[in-house]
Write a protein that binds this ligand. Structure first.
Ligand SMILES: [Zn+2]
Length: 374
């Protein structure tokens, strides 16, 4: 009997055991949807499954060196992927339309560059631009590539499948209704709710779990490479990441800035030192909704920690929480903090609605934050 061994973090072993059992028993579903929070390794698992399905080793799959395994690990085999792209990239000419010797970048070149990034570090949360989407053209070119395939098993990974626009979703749904033999689709998403219900219902759902704090630390250090120092991944970074090495990598780069700004935001808002605070916000550059929301997320963590510190519970971002020195503000009790947290969450949804510019929303948040308690 063929043994299957999918590699991955211990925290996700139960999900892998389920997958390995269905591979062994030859009842692997033709379409699965891996969902879970951003940056926890959904694409990494998809690649492992693709190798296992395409592998032809008689004993142990994936073996890592047969033709099928190599194809699954080759960023140049762009037909095996559907990835979100920016409009100008998705509309670039295909390799068939560009004459030999031309230096023009083709849609396949752009796609290959994205796939290379995924292989380099599948945890990364910033590979695709906020505006990138999966257009119907990208789905159609994947479908037409089926016509060229031989008998071999083929796996298509649809990364961040929630980014399919309406016409792409409908085209993809048609493919799912009649999946060609020997073909498997692996979709990944961190926003299941944004996908067509009809697509979701045709895929086996696999909920991937976040990693433990220890695993986040070790995976993040591994991704950072040899030059990394254990001190680069602080307790606050692990705390902010909530089980996601992808987020931890982001916070290694930007966490200090967000944490210091969040502490200053709380303190200066308490002291009604708005002039200074607005200057800090202007310097941080909060025009982008994504940046503003990431900052607000850090601010929510800080407020929750301030509540925990009052009850003596374990803190998620201890160093940042200490910066505020909440004991200097005895009037700020549990209900004041709870109210503040609600106000922050309200601001997050207003940022998401995009009706008002983020800098304006943050300024009015600063004024409202501890209203009645200052
Ligand atoms: Zn193999």
């Amino acid at each position: 009997m063929i043994e299957y061994r999918l590699k991955g973090p211990v925290s996700q072993e139960r999900q892998r055991i389920r997958l390995m059992a269905s591979l062994r028993e030859n009842r692997f579903p033709q379409a699965i949807l891996i969902d879970g929070p951003v940056g926890i390794g959904k694409k990494a698992l998809a690649i492992e499954i693709a190798k296992a399905l395409q592998c032809s080793d008689p004993n142990m799959r994936p073996c890592g060196h047969c033709f099928g395994c190599k194809m699954a690990a080759d960023a140049g085999v762009t037909d095996n992927w559907v990835v979100p792209m920016e409009s100008k990239e998705a509309h670039a000419k295909s390799a068939d339309d560009v004459s030999a010797g031309s230096s023009a970048k083709t849609v396949q070149d752009f796609k290959q560059a994205y796939i290379e990034e995924i292989f380099k570090n599948p945890y990364r949360i910033d590979i695709f631009d906020a505006g990138a989407e999966i257009s119907v053209g990208l789905v159609r070119s994947m479908i037409s590539a089926f016509a060229l395939k031989g008998d071999r098993v083929r796996v298509v990974i649809v990364a961040e499948a929630d980014r399919m626009n309406d016409s792409a979703s409908n085209a993809f749904l048609k493919t799912l209704e009649e999946v060609p033999p020997n073909t498997y689709f692996i979709l990944t998403t961190s926003s299941r709710e944004k996908m067509l219900q009809t697509i979701r219902s045709r895929c086996l759902a696999l909920h991937l779990l976040p990693l433990s704090d220890d695993e986040v630390r070790s995976e993040t250090l591994r991704m950072l490479g040899e030059d990394a120092d254990a001190d680069d991944v602080t307790d606050d970074i692990v705390g902010l990441s909530v089980g996601s090495p992808g987020k931890a990598l982001y916070y290694v780069e930007n966490g200090k800035k967000w944490c210091e700004l969040a502490a200053a935001f709380v303190k200066k808002s308490l002291l009604a030192d708005y002039y200074d605070l607005f200057q800090d916000l202007a310097e941080a550059g909060m025009e982008e909704a994504a940046d503003a929301n990431r900052f607000l997320e850090v601010l929510s963590f800080l407020l929750s920690d301030l509540m925990r510190s009052r009850s003596g519970a374990r803190l998620r971002i201890p160093a940042t929480t200490a910066l505020v020195n909440i004991d200097a503000f005895p009037r700020i009790d549990h209900s004041a903090l709870e109210l503040a947290l609600n106000t922050v969450q309200e601001t997050m949804s207003r940022v998401a609605s995009r009706r008002t510019a983020p800098p304006m929303l943050l300024q009015s948040l600063a004024i409202k934050l501890f209203e009645g308690y200052k």
